[in-house]
Ligand binder design. Structure first.
Ligand SMILES: [Zn+2]
Ligand SMILES: [Zn+2]
Length: 732
């Protein structure tokens, strides 16, 4: 994740992903959000003494009689905890997770770093006051990773304050792939300070002091921080709503204001951590406030995980599509067009190959259409976009003073409303369904400038979009058909690693009735089970609340060559939009019925997909996608005439070939074309001209192979056959 100065992230690690991916949640100031989601369910934050009565035996009747006066006393309160294996056990109210772990086995208690109550992580030493599902979380649990990172941020803060007394600490959340902490010091930190800080951090971790929590009085807290000269912390206390407890976490003598939870001690952080970089960040993201130094770090449960991550970063930097896009002359961006791509000939060739591939895949099933780029605002009001999505839209008006009208138009952010208009044109019957309309639709969406990132996040992009209009009975089958198309497409591009299909269900901000959502989610859940049953290499997940505002959706997440996950395809069921536009078909019984609409994209944004492909292939495109498939070049000018003939022949065979007759040394030319990642060089000299042959050099291999020109071209043509075309030719 990239941060720009001034992009303030929340204290809370719970909302870190949401923050990274949808900056529009910042309606609440970031520094307030940390406390907004605190659960009050477990209200006992203070350590309560254990009820001595709970140790006494209980009579059959459920009453207890004191031996001294035989007066009935209240029975000790019990809670029932359900363990992951389904076992249910009773405990005295306010038993802590640590006591439970110790009760099971001392070695389990040693391994356990935290607990989850009804799925929510909590300090292991928290008293449990209500019935709950309990899970004891050990250090290797994926959920512990966030704790390791958050604890590591605290260790970082202590290390910095002990090395540079007087440095003020502010906030230190967990983010994707790591954590950061923002410090205030007159002299900013630099990466040269990292070695000393990391050394101190290792000392603090080795000391292995327990993390202990106290709940403080608000005024006392402010006074303590004021006395320490920690004015930022005083501000943070003020930002905590009055209903929230003020929690302080100690690690030895050092303490921090924190929402928690934490692991049991600093030693649990381990040594698989690393400080990554520094950046400037304004306090609370406001440029009128002081500039802080943000130190980024990362931590993992195991050293090998950290090593793999560092290797992945190194590899990702080498493959960065912005760098390769420049080196391979594929595209550029410039100031006047923020977030919109200038495609150069080579980049556009890749783009066109991708579209040609998709068109072949759609043949027979889909009808390709094209709907207008700008449409009257009223249409977007009907679709719901103007109401729900306006902050992401661009609007346009006639620029001339004498224009006959001053209507507002919106650039389409989605293709769907246009396709509904096409569906509505002409009466449709159930016999016309399913009707599948596809469009390589160019859409524009406003993205904050800080969120944009090369081709990966842009403001103008092309979707390989389609909408399937079908009956409710056809829905499940259509979803499965789309699933097959998506999975085979990814395989054709060499994404053969892990794949995840996620079902996202109803979000808070939505249109449509609960009954519609119930129905859609039920169908999708059935489809998800079927996808999993058919493809056992696919992981499935459910993301509650992450659906589109008009319906639940499937998201397809593919894994690239260096192990990064990218969400690309979506299938979104929509029981709403056709009705909003009054679209219907005539059913068997002669009645009018709104069709079910399925939005689907495979690459998603073609621009982004190409960005992913560039990094996945590290710029070494397979021959069928490569913008220039071969270059014919000469050893000396004696080969020029023959080289031109080879070029002609190769082009006639359908290859994308260029010629290089420059009067340069052959080694120089070979090196240059290899840097440009040209897959094949056809080298000719006097001898080759006489024998009608070429010397073939392939990218990435040192050798060369002399072949007749006809053979060489035939081999390249065969290799350049797109995978889908090859599949069609194979005998069934
Ligand atoms: Zn904290
Ligand atoms: Zn759509």
């Amino acid at each position: 994740m990239e941060h720009r100065p001034g992009f303030c992230a929340p204290l809370s690690w719970n909302c870190r992903i949401a923050q990274a991916e949808s900056p529009d949640i910042s309606l609440v100031p970031a520094y307030l959000r940390s406390f907004a989601g605190v659960s009050l369910r477990r209200k006992a934050m203070t350590d309560q003494p254990k009820d001595p009565k709970s140790e006494q035996p209980k009579s059959e009747s459920g009453f207890q009689y004191s031996l001294s006066n035989l007066r009935p006393v209240t029975p000790p309160e019990k809670i029932t905890l359900t363990f992951p294996d389904g076992a249910r056990r009773e405990y005295a109210k306010s038993t802590t997770g640590m006591e439970i772990a110790k009760g099971i086995s001392p070695s389990l208690a040693k391994r356990t770093v935290a607990m989850a109550l009804d799925g929510e992580l909590a300090d292991l030493n928290d008293p449990i006051d209500a019935d709950a599902k309990i899970e004891l979380v050990n250090r290797d649990d994926p959920r512990a990773l966030e704790l390791i990172r958050h604890d590591c941020a605290h260790v970082l803060a202590e290390a910095v304050q002990s090395l540079w007394p007087g440095t003020q600490v502010t906030i230190g959340p967990v983010i994707e792939n790591g954590f950061y902490y923002d410090f205030f010091r007159n002299e900013p930190f630099t990466p040269e300070d990292f070695a000393a800080i990391e050394k101190k951090m290792r000392e603090i971790i080795a000391r292995d002091k327990p993390f202990t929590k106290e709940v403080w009085d608000r005024e006392k807290t402010k006074q303590v921080f004021r006395d320490k000269g920690e004015t930022f912390k005083v501000e943070l206390v003020d930002a905590i709503p009055g209903t929230e407890p003020i929690k302080i976490y100690y690690q030895g003598d050092w303490f921090d204001l924190c929402r928690g939870p934490h692991m049991t001690s600093t030693g649990k952080v381990g040594n698989a951590f690393k400080l990554m970089k520094v950046a400037g960040a304004y306090w609370r993201g406001d440029s009128n406030n002081p500039m802080l130094t943000r130190i980024y770090g990362t931590a993992f449960a195991k050293q090998e995980d950290l090593d793999a991550y560092l290797k992945q970063i190194e590899e990702a930097e080498k493959r960065d599509h912005r760098k390769l896009g420049r080196e391979l002359d594929l595209f550029h961006f410039q100031e006047e067009g923020p977030g919109v791509v200038f495609w150069h000939p080579k980049g556009w060739t890749i783009f066109q190959q991708l579209i040609a591939y998709m068109r072949r895949r759609l043949t027979g099933d889909y009808n390709e259409v094209n709907a207008p780029q700008i449409l009257d605002k009223s249409l977007w009001e009907t679709s719901g976009h103007w109401g729900w999505y306006r902050e992401n839209m661009f609007a346009a008006q006639s620029a001339g003073d004498e224009a006959e009208d001053k209507r507002w138009f919106a650039l389409k952010p989605m293709n769907c409303p246009g396709h509904v208009q096409i569906f509505k044109h002409g009466l449709k019957s159930y016999r016309d369904l399913p009707l599948r309309l596809a469009e390589f639709g160019v859409v524009h969406r406003y993205e904050p400038s800080g969120a944009m990132h090369g081709l990966m996040r842009v403001r103008g992009f092309t979707q390989d979009d389609a909408h399937v209009f079908c009956t409710e009975n056809q829905l499940a089958e259509e979803c499965l058909k789309i699933n097959d198309l998506i999975l085979s497409t990814y395989a054709d591009f060499g994404f053969t690693g892990e794949l995840t299909v996620k079902l996202s269900t109803r979000p808070e901000k939505r249109v449509g009735t609960d009954a519609m959502w119930d129905h859609a989610e039920r169908v999708m859940a059935t489809v998800l089970r079927e996808i999993q049953a058919q493809n056992n290499h696919i992981k499935t997940e459910i993301n509650p609340g992450e659906g589109a505002f008009y319906g639940p959706k499937f998201e397809y997440v593919l894994r690239d060559a260096i192990g990064r996950d990218w969400q690309c395809g979506t299938t979104q069921v929509d029981f709403n939009l056709p009705e909003r536009f009054g679209a219907f078909y005539i059913d068997h019984d002669g009645g009018k019925k709104p069709p079910v609409m399925v939005h689907r994209a495979i690459c998603g944004s073609m621009e982004r997909y190409i960005g992913i492909l560039i990094e996945h292939y590290a710029g070494n495109f397979p021959l069928w996608l490569s913008p220039v498939q071969a270059v014919v070049t000469t050893i000396t000018s004696e080969g020029d005439e023959y080289a031109k003939q080879v070029l002609e022949q190769a082009r006639r065979a359908g290859l994308r070939v260029e010629i290089d007759l420059r009067n340069e040394k052959i080694n120089y030319k070979v090196r240059e074309h290899s840097l440009a990642k040209i897959p094949a060089l056809l080298v000719v000299g006097k001898k080759e001209a006489e024998t009608h042959s070429v010397s073939v050099r392939r990218l990435g291999s040192d050798g060369q192979k002399v072949m007749t020109t006809a053979e060489a071209i035939a081999a390249l043509v065969d290799e350049a056959t797109p995978p889908d075309v090859r599949r069609m030719r194979e005998p069934a």
